[in-house]
Design a protein. Structure first.
Length: 141
């Protein structure tokens, strides 16, 4: 078995960067490459780290919604405004939960137009019924 020495492919930043773009590493998170099963991906990442090139390569952002505007836009694109916050918080979809938790952590939830279910309390409902019946009977003027 021939052992490949990948770092020989990337002797300078330009060849290392070109390889990253050719393999769409700019669309992936850096941690995704470090944990990869593909030895070539791990080797490319380690070479960049060793040479100090990682800071100059535009990996995908940790989160697509680091700022309020991006967070709101993501929520509206995914129609989270048609759902309640509780359904997102308890969702089985990790992306939905992550989006909600980011908003909760940053105190952005009040600035998003969730569909809120507001029910009248039982006491208020009964009080309104009593008031209506009293008005109909003429006991209250």
């Amino acid at each position: 078995m021939i052992k490949r020495v990948y770092y020989q492919y990337w002797k300078d930043f330009e060849s290392w960067e070109r390889f990253g773009y050719d393999n769409n590493y700019d669309e992936r998170k850096a941690t995704n490459l470090t944990d990869s099963d593909a030895k070539e991906e791990r080797s490319w990442y380690r070479r960049g780290k060793y040479m100090g090139w990682l800071k100059d390569f535009p990996f995908a952002s940790r989160s697509p919604y680091l700022k309020l505007d991006g967070w709101k836009k993501h929520g509206l694109e995914n129609e989270f405004d048609k759902r309640g916050g509780r359904s997102l918080r308890k969702s089985g979809n990790i992306d939905e939960r992550s989006w909600y938790q980011r908003g909760e952590y940053k105190d952005w939830l009040d600035q998003f137009p969730f569909k809120r279910k507001r029910r009248k309390s039982r006491i208020l409902h009964n009080s309104l019924l009593l008031l209506e019946s009293l008005l109909e009977e003429g006991d209250i003027k």
